[in-house]
Design a protein around this ligand. Structure first.
Ligand SMILES: NC(=O)c1ccc[n+]([C@@H]2O[C@H](COP(=O)([O-])OP(=O)(O)OC[C@H]3O[C@@H](n4cnc5c(N)ncnc54)[C@H](OP(=O)(O)O)[C@@H]3O)[C@@H](O)[C@H]2O)c1
Length: 264
Protein backbone atom coordinates (compact mmCIF):
# COMPACT_ATOMS: atom_id res chain seq x y z
CA UNK A 1 0.00 0.00 0.00
CA UNK A 2 1.22 3.52 -0.83
CA UNK A 3 2.41 5.12 2.43
CA UNK A 4 -0.01 8.06 2.26
CA UNK A 5 -2.89 5.66 1.50
CA UNK A 6 -2.00 3.72 4.65
CA UNK A 7 -2.96 6.73 6.80
CA UNK A 8 -6.47 6.91 5.32
CA UNK A 9 -9.63 5.61 6.96
CA UNK A 10 -12.02 5.44 4.00
CA UNK A 11 -14.75 2.88 4.53
CA UNK A 12 -14.04 2.52 8.28
CA UNK A 13 -16.60 3.03 11.01
CA UNK A 14 -15.40 4.69 14.22
CA UNK A 15 -17.12 5.07 17.58
CA UNK A 16 -15.85 8.01 19.67
CA UNK A 17 -16.95 8.65 23.25
CA UNK A 18 -16.69 12.14 24.70
CA UNK A 19 -17.14 13.41 21.15
CA UNK A 20 -19.19 16.48 22.03
CA UNK A 21 -16.36 18.74 23.12
CA UNK A 22 -12.62 19.16 23.45
CA UNK A 23 -10.28 16.31 22.56
CA UNK A 24 -13.07 13.89 21.61
CA UNK A 25 -14.58 16.42 19.22
CA UNK A 26 -11.14 17.02 17.69
CA UNK A 27 -10.56 13.28 17.26
CA UNK A 28 -14.02 12.67 15.76
CA UNK A 29 -13.48 15.46 13.21
CA UNK A 30 -9.97 14.20 12.45
CA UNK A 31 -11.13 10.62 11.87
CA UNK A 32 -13.89 11.87 9.56
CA UNK A 33 -11.42 14.04 7.61
CA UNK A 34 -9.28 10.93 7.18
CA UNK A 35 -12.30 9.14 5.68
CA UNK A 36 -14.17 7.43 8.51
CA UNK A 37 -17.87 7.48 9.29
CA UNK A 38 -18.23 8.34 12.96
CA UNK A 39 -20.68 7.53 15.77
CA UNK A 40 -20.60 10.20 18.48
CA UNK A 41 -21.31 9.53 22.15
CA UNK A 42 -21.65 11.97 25.07
CA UNK A 43 -24.49 13.02 27.35
CA UNK A 44 -25.29 16.36 25.69
CA UNK A 45 -27.18 15.82 22.44
CA UNK A 46 -26.82 19.40 21.21
CA UNK A 47 -23.01 19.15 21.31
CA UNK A 48 -23.10 15.91 19.34
CA UNK A 49 -25.51 17.37 16.74
CA UNK A 50 -23.08 20.25 16.17
CA UNK A 51 -20.12 17.88 15.63
CA UNK A 52 -22.23 15.59 13.43
CA UNK A 53 -23.22 18.52 11.25
CA UNK A 54 -19.54 19.35 10.61
CA UNK A 55 -18.80 15.72 9.74
CA UNK A 56 -21.72 15.58 7.29
CA UNK A 57 -20.61 18.86 5.70
CA UNK A 58 -17.29 17.12 5.04
CA UNK A 59 -19.08 14.29 3.19
CA UNK A 60 -18.94 11.55 5.84
CA UNK A 61 -21.75 9.89 7.75
CA UNK A 62 -22.25 10.74 11.42
CA UNK A 63 -24.52 9.12 13.98
CA UNK A 64 -25.50 10.86 17.20
CA UNK A 65 -25.90 8.46 20.12
CA UNK A 66 -26.45 10.34 23.38
CA UNK A 67 -25.49 8.30 26.42
CA UNK A 68 -23.65 8.14 29.72
CA UNK A 69 -20.52 5.97 29.68
CA UNK A 70 -20.96 5.30 33.39
CA UNK A 71 -24.02 3.23 32.39
CA UNK A 72 -22.22 0.05 31.35
CA UNK A 73 -25.46 -1.96 31.21
CA UNK A 74 -26.46 0.13 28.17
CA UNK A 75 -23.31 -0.75 26.17
CA UNK A 76 -24.68 -3.78 24.26
CA UNK A 77 -27.62 -1.70 22.97
CA UNK A 78 -25.30 1.26 22.25
CA UNK A 79 -23.08 -0.96 20.09
CA UNK A 80 -26.13 -2.46 18.36
CA UNK A 81 -27.47 1.03 17.59
CA UNK A 82 -24.15 2.12 16.09
CA UNK A 83 -23.73 -1.03 14.02
CA UNK A 84 -27.30 -0.85 12.71
CA UNK A 85 -26.81 2.81 11.84
CA UNK A 86 -23.31 2.83 10.33
CA UNK A 87 -22.11 -0.77 10.07
CA UNK A 88 -19.59 -2.86 12.03
CA UNK A 89 -17.25 -0.83 14.23
CA UNK A 90 -13.61 -0.85 13.04
CA UNK A 91 -12.24 1.79 15.41
CA UNK A 92 -13.14 2.51 19.03
CA UNK A 93 -11.89 5.69 20.69
CA UNK A 94 -12.52 5.89 24.44
CA UNK A 95 -12.20 9.60 25.20
CA UNK A 96 -15.05 10.44 27.62
CA UNK A 97 -13.60 11.48 30.94
CA UNK A 98 -13.96 13.79 33.91
CA UNK A 99 -11.55 15.28 36.41
CA UNK A 100 -12.50 16.05 40.02
CA UNK A 101 -10.00 17.63 42.40
CA UNK A 102 -9.86 16.18 45.92
CA UNK A 103 -7.15 15.44 48.43
CA UNK A 104 -7.01 11.89 49.72
CA UNK A 105 -8.37 13.13 53.06
CA UNK A 106 -11.33 14.85 51.38
CA UNK A 107 -12.20 11.99 49.01
CA UNK A 108 -15.57 10.26 49.30
CA UNK A 109 -16.62 6.90 47.95
CA UNK A 110 -19.14 8.71 45.76
CA UNK A 111 -16.48 11.03 44.28
CA UNK A 112 -14.09 8.13 43.74
CA UNK A 113 -16.75 6.04 41.99
CA UNK A 114 -17.85 8.89 39.75
CA UNK A 115 -14.30 9.33 38.42
CA UNK A 116 -13.35 5.65 38.24
CA UNK A 117 -16.64 4.61 36.65
CA UNK A 118 -16.52 7.37 34.02
CA UNK A 119 -12.82 7.14 33.16
CA UNK A 120 -11.87 3.49 33.70
CA UNK A 121 -14.79 1.09 34.14
CA UNK A 122 -16.38 2.53 30.98
CA UNK A 123 -13.22 1.93 28.94
CA UNK A 124 -12.98 -1.68 30.09
CA UNK A 125 -16.59 -2.61 29.39
CA UNK A 126 -16.98 -0.63 26.16
CA UNK A 127 -13.90 -2.42 24.81
CA UNK A 128 -15.56 -5.67 25.83
CA UNK A 129 -18.91 -4.75 24.19
CA UNK A 130 -17.31 -3.58 20.91
CA UNK A 131 -14.64 -6.29 20.98
CA UNK A 132 -17.14 -9.15 20.94
CA UNK A 133 -18.18 -8.20 17.40
CA UNK A 134 -14.67 -7.20 16.28
CA UNK A 135 -13.21 -10.54 17.36
CA UNK A 136 -16.12 -12.57 15.94
CA UNK A 137 -15.91 -10.86 12.53
CA UNK A 138 -12.19 -11.67 12.33
CA UNK A 139 -11.23 -8.67 10.23
CA UNK A 140 -9.17 -6.85 12.89
CA UNK A 141 -9.67 -3.41 14.33
CA UNK A 142 -8.21 -0.56 16.38
CA UNK A 143 -8.77 0.68 19.90
CA UNK A 144 -7.47 4.08 20.99
CA UNK A 145 -7.85 4.93 24.67
CA UNK A 146 -7.25 8.38 26.09
CA UNK A 147 -4.91 8.22 29.06
CA UNK A 148 -3.02 11.17 30.60
CA UNK A 149 0.32 12.27 31.99
CA UNK A 150 -1.17 11.10 35.30
CA UNK A 151 -0.80 7.59 33.84
CA UNK A 152 2.95 8.09 34.39
CA UNK A 153 3.32 10.56 37.26
CA UNK A 154 1.56 11.51 40.47
CA UNK A 155 -0.19 14.89 40.37
CA UNK A 156 -1.39 16.65 43.51
CA UNK A 157 -5.14 16.40 44.36
CA UNK A 158 -6.20 14.23 41.45
CA UNK A 159 -5.67 10.76 42.94
CA UNK A 160 -8.84 9.01 41.66
CA UNK A 161 -8.27 10.61 38.24
CA UNK A 162 -4.62 9.50 38.19
CA UNK A 163 -5.54 6.00 39.31
CA UNK A 164 -8.16 5.81 36.54
CA UNK A 165 -5.65 6.91 33.89
CA UNK A 166 -2.88 4.61 35.19
CA UNK A 167 -5.51 1.88 34.94
CA UNK A 168 -6.29 2.85 31.34
CA UNK A 169 -2.58 2.57 30.44
CA UNK A 170 -2.25 -0.84 32.09
CA UNK A 171 -5.50 -2.11 30.55
CA UNK A 172 -4.22 -0.94 27.15
CA UNK A 173 -1.25 -3.29 27.51
CA UNK A 174 -3.30 -6.26 28.68
CA UNK A 175 -5.91 -5.86 25.94
CA UNK A 176 -3.17 -5.50 23.33
CA UNK A 177 -1.83 -8.90 24.39
CA UNK A 178 -5.24 -10.58 24.47
CA UNK A 179 -6.32 -9.21 21.09
CA UNK A 180 -3.03 -9.41 19.18
CA UNK A 181 -4.03 -12.83 17.77
CA UNK A 182 -7.20 -11.19 16.40
CA UNK A 183 -5.26 -8.45 14.59
CA UNK A 184 -6.76 -5.77 16.84
CA UNK A 185 -4.25 -3.12 17.87
CA UNK A 186 -4.84 -1.40 21.20
CA UNK A 187 -3.00 1.80 22.08
CA UNK A 188 -3.48 4.89 24.20
CA UNK A 189 -2.68 8.57 23.90
CA UNK A 190 -1.49 10.52 26.94
CA UNK A 191 -2.31 14.17 26.24
CA UNK A 192 -0.42 16.87 28.08
CA UNK A 193 -2.30 20.08 28.88
CA UNK A 194 -4.74 20.61 26.01
CA UNK A 195 -6.99 23.67 25.68
CA UNK A 196 -10.54 22.29 26.12
CA UNK A 197 -13.58 23.06 28.29
CA UNK A 198 -11.97 20.78 30.93
CA UNK A 199 -8.80 22.88 31.23
CA UNK A 200 -10.72 26.15 30.78
CA UNK A 201 -11.60 25.77 34.47
CA UNK A 202 -7.94 26.13 35.51
CA UNK A 203 -6.95 29.23 37.47
CA UNK A 204 -4.41 31.82 36.25
CA UNK A 205 -1.64 30.50 38.56
CA UNK A 206 -1.97 26.99 37.25
CA UNK A 207 -2.03 28.17 33.62
CA UNK A 208 1.15 30.16 34.23
CA UNK A 209 2.79 27.09 35.81
CA UNK A 210 1.94 24.97 32.76
CA UNK A 211 3.29 27.52 30.31
CA UNK A 212 6.54 27.69 32.32
CA UNK A 213 7.02 23.93 32.68
CA UNK A 214 6.00 22.57 29.27
CA UNK A 215 9.11 22.81 27.04
CA UNK A 216 7.01 24.08 24.12
CA UNK A 217 5.73 26.81 26.44
CA UNK A 218 2.02 26.48 25.63
CA UNK A 219 -1.10 24.34 25.82
CA UNK A 220 -1.79 21.90 22.99
CA UNK A 221 -4.99 21.85 20.95
CA UNK A 222 -7.44 18.98 20.28
CA UNK A 223 -6.07 19.02 16.75
CA UNK A 224 -2.59 18.20 18.12
CA UNK A 225 -4.05 15.03 19.64
CA UNK A 226 -6.20 14.14 16.61
CA UNK A 227 -3.20 13.53 14.35
CA UNK A 228 -1.92 10.71 16.56
CA UNK A 229 -5.44 9.28 16.90
CA UNK A 230 -5.82 9.12 13.11
CA UNK A 231 -2.43 7.42 12.82
CA UNK A 232 -3.26 4.86 15.53
CA UNK A 233 -6.63 4.14 13.86
CA UNK A 234 -5.04 3.62 10.45
CA UNK A 235 -3.24 0.74 8.71
CA UNK A 236 -0.02 2.78 9.07
CA UNK A 237 -0.03 1.66 12.73
CA UNK A 238 -0.71 -2.03 12.08
CA UNK A 239 2.47 -3.19 13.89
CA UNK A 240 2.07 -0.84 16.87
CA UNK A 241 0.20 -2.12 19.90
CA UNK A 242 0.12 -1.90 23.70
CA UNK A 243 1.66 1.59 23.86
CA UNK A 244 0.64 4.78 25.65
CA UNK A 245 2.08 7.67 23.67
CA UNK A 246 2.39 11.19 25.14
CA UNK A 247 1.35 14.28 23.15
CA UNK A 248 2.56 16.76 25.71
CA UNK A 249 4.77 19.50 24.22
CA UNK A 250 7.77 17.70 25.75
CA UNK A 251 6.61 17.77 29.40
CA UNK A 252 7.54 14.16 30.17
CA UNK A 253 10.92 14.58 28.45
CA UNK A 254 12.23 16.64 31.36
CA UNK A 255 12.63 20.18 32.59
CA UNK A 256 12.98 22.98 30.04
CA UNK A 257 16.29 24.89 30.00
CA UNK A 258 16.71 27.81 29.98
CA UNK A 259 13.55 28.27 32.09
CA UNK A 260 10.59 29.54 30.10
CA UNK A 261 9.83 33.16 31.05
CA UNK A 262 6.53 33.77 32.84
CA UNK A 263 3.70 34.66 30.46
CA UNK A 264 1.61 37.73 31.30
N1 LIG B 1 -7.68 18.54 28.36
C1 LIG B 1 -6.58 18.01 28.84
O1 LIG B 1 -5.61 18.73 29.12
C2 LIG B 1 -6.46 16.54 29.03
C3 LIG B 1 -5.20 16.03 29.39
C4 LIG B 1 -5.06 14.66 29.56
C5 LIG B 1 -6.13 13.82 29.38
N2 LIG B 1 -7.35 14.34 29.04
C6 LIG B 1 -8.44 13.39 28.85
O2 LIG B 1 -8.99 13.58 27.56
C7 LIG B 1 -10.37 13.26 27.58
C8 LIG B 1 -11.16 14.43 27.05
O3 LIG B 1 -10.85 15.57 27.86
P1 LIG B 1 -11.31 17.04 27.44
O4 LIG B 1 -10.34 17.96 28.02
O5 LIG B 1 -11.64 17.08 26.02
O6 LIG B 1 -12.65 17.11 28.33
P2 LIG B 1 -13.97 18.01 28.11
O7 LIG B 1 -13.63 19.23 27.36
O8 LIG B 1 -14.57 18.14 29.47
O9 LIG B 1 -14.89 17.06 27.22
C9 LIG B 1 -15.27 15.81 27.75
C10 LIG B 1 -16.23 15.13 26.83
O10 LIG B 1 -16.58 13.87 27.45
C11 LIG B 1 -17.99 13.81 27.63
N3 LIG B 1 -18.32 13.08 28.86
C12 LIG B 1 -17.97 13.40 30.13
N4 LIG B 1 -18.53 12.53 30.98
C13 LIG B 1 -19.26 11.66 30.23
C14 LIG B 1 -20.09 10.56 30.54
N5 LIG B 1 -20.30 10.15 31.79
N6 LIG B 1 -20.69 9.91 29.51
C15 LIG B 1 -20.50 10.28 28.23
N7 LIG B 1 -19.72 11.33 27.88
C16 LIG B 1 -19.13 12.01 28.88
C17 LIG B 1 -18.43 15.27 27.69
O11 LIG B 1 -19.78 15.43 27.29
P3 LIG B 1 -21.03 15.47 28.29
O12 LIG B 1 -20.59 16.22 29.52
O13 LIG B 1 -22.07 16.15 27.48
O14 LIG B 1 -21.34 14.03 28.56
C18 LIG B 1 -17.52 15.89 26.64
O15 LIG B 1 -18.04 15.66 25.35
C19 LIG B 1 -10.69 12.89 29.02
O16 LIG B 1 -10.62 11.48 29.18
C20 LIG B 1 -9.59 13.56 29.80
O17 LIG B 1 -9.35 12.92 31.02
C21 LIG B 1 -7.53 15.67 28.88
Amino acid sequence: MNIIESFKLDGRVALVTGAGKGIGEGIALGLAEAGADVALVARTRTDLERVAERIREGGRRALVVPGDVADVAAFPSLVRQVEEGLGPIDVLVNCAGIQRRMTVLEATVEGWEQVINTNLRSVYFLCQAVGKGMVARGRGGKVVNIASMTSYRGFHTVSPYGISKAGVANFTKVLALEWAPHNIQVNAIAPGWIATPMTAQMGADRIRWVNQHVPQGKFGTPRDVAGLAVFLASPAADYLTGQTIPVDGGFLAGNPWPPIPAQP
